[in-house]
Each structure stands twice: as C-alpha cells, then as structure tokens.
Design a binder for this molecule. Structure first.
Ligand code: C5P
Ligand code: MG
Length: 224
C-alpha cells in the first residue's frame, strides 16, 4: 500500500474542487480553448507554461535561469517547481473566492493547461494535490501545429516559438507527454477532441464534453 492510499492526504478534495487537465501538442490550441471554457463554466484557468514564464521573470526567483534554459530547449522543468507554482495559484484562488462570486457554494473549478507533461507530474499531482477528473486532449497534425506556432512566433515574443525549439518540443511531447495520455486512457479519463477544425467548432465539442462532467454523466474515454 502506498503512503497516500486510503488516506486523504491531498491538498484539495475532489468533491469540492474539480480539476480538468488540458493537453495536446504545442500549438494545438489549448490556451485558446481554455479561454472559451472559462466563459462557459467559470473555471479558473491555470497555464503551467504561463506560470513558469512568470516565475522565470520574477525578480529574485532562484529558478529563473533554470526555467529559461528548459523552456528554450523544450524540456520539461523539474516537476517540483511546476507543481508548487500550480498549488500556490490554486490555494490563492480558493482563498480569494471563498466569499466571492462563482464559487460561493465552496466548489472550485480548475482548468490546468499544459499539465501534466510527464508521468511523474501526473502521479504526484493526482496523489498529493488533487485527483483530476478529466483530460481534455486536443489533437491535430504536426504540420498544423507547426504552422500555428510559427505564426504565433511573429508576435508572441516567446523564446520557444522558433523552428529549432518547435522541433525539440514535438520530440519531448511524443516521448514524455504521450505516455501521460496513455496512462489516463487506461483510467478512462480522456476526451480526445480533433482540434483541426475552426476555433468555434472545436469549442462546441469541448463544451459538450465538459457539460457532461458537471452533469455527472461523464464515463469512459470519448472522442469528439
Ligand atoms: O504549455 P506551453 O507551451 O506554454 O509550455 C512552454 C514550455 O514550458 C514547455 O515547452 C516546457 O519547457 C515548459 N513546461 C514544463 N512543464 C509543464 C508545462 C510547460 O516544463 N507542465
Ligand atoms: Mg499555452
């Protein structure tokens, strides 16, 4: 028996806080679709990449340079850093909204975007922070993703939206993130959504899947 089995040692209880992970290759449209789902369902949207970039730029951060190097190389930042950033952001959100709008019934909804990118992150988060309810998995071709990233790179200012970094990110995605998708598929928690269509078409599919989670009908893997 593992140390966490049978005990409620997690920071957040799944009956009060719903966590939906959002995965897909770089450029699949995760951030765009999260923004739409925030409008539909009042989620708090936390992007692991955005939190890492903010920490990288925070004055006095002991991790800044390390994060910069990992991101440029498309590598996965050591999980302790990313999980701590997520946990802190979740705690702050729950504390703020306890008496505020939306979550007045004491229940929180989090869309965690770009996480878990690697198996160790998935296991640690589910065991110690909060057990996730679903993985929204946006899929499209590498060609399409590459096209979107290069277009975004014209204005994003991101140090990893260039051809060399994109290649590395695709490689890491296949080697390290696909096993995470397989893991959650075995747990029947994956909703695969073809993200090749227009933003609005993809949005409607994602919305339907999330609606099922909140109406308690979600069960098994689905493909939309
Ligand atoms: O999701 P996004 O494309 O913004 O992530 C950018 C980079 O941040 C990734 O390529 C990776 O270097 C880092 N990252 C990470 N672990 C995560 C999410 C992002 O190391 N869970
Ligand atoms: Mg993003």
């Amino acid at each position: 028996m593992s140390a966490t089995e049978g005990k409620t040692t997690r920071v957040f209880d799944k009956s009060k806080v719903t966590v939906i992970f959002v995965l897909g290759g770089p450029g699949a449209g995760k951030g765009t679709q999260c923004a739409n789902l925030v409008n539909d369902f009042g989620f708090c949207h936390l992007s692991a990449g955005d939190l890492l970039r903010a920490e990288q730029n925070r004055e006095g951060s002991e991790y800044g340079e390390m994060i910069r190097t990992y991101i440029k190389e498309g590598q996965i930042v050591p999980m302790e850093v990313t999980i701590k950033l997520l946990e802190n952001a979740m705690k702050a959100t729950v504390a703020e909204s306890r008496s505020g709008e939306g979550w007045a019934d004491g229940k929180g909804r989090f869309l965690i975007d770009g996480f878990p990118r690697k198996m160790d992150q998935a296991v640690k988060f589910d065991d110690e922070v909060c057990e996730s309810s679903l993985v929204l998995f946006f899929t499209t071709t590498e060609e399409e993703m590459s096209k979107r990233l290069l277009k975004r790179g014209e204005t994003s200012g991101r140090e990893d939206d260039n051809e060399e970094s994109i290649k590395k990110r695709f490689h890491v995605y296949k080697e390290q993130t696909m096993p995470v998708i397989e893991h959650y598929t075995k747990l029947h928690k994956v909703a695969s959504i073809d993200a090749t269509a227009t933003i609005e078409e993809v949005h409607q599919k994602a919305k339907a899947v999330v609606e099922e989670v909140f109406s308690g009908q979600a069960s098994g893997n689905v493909t939309a």
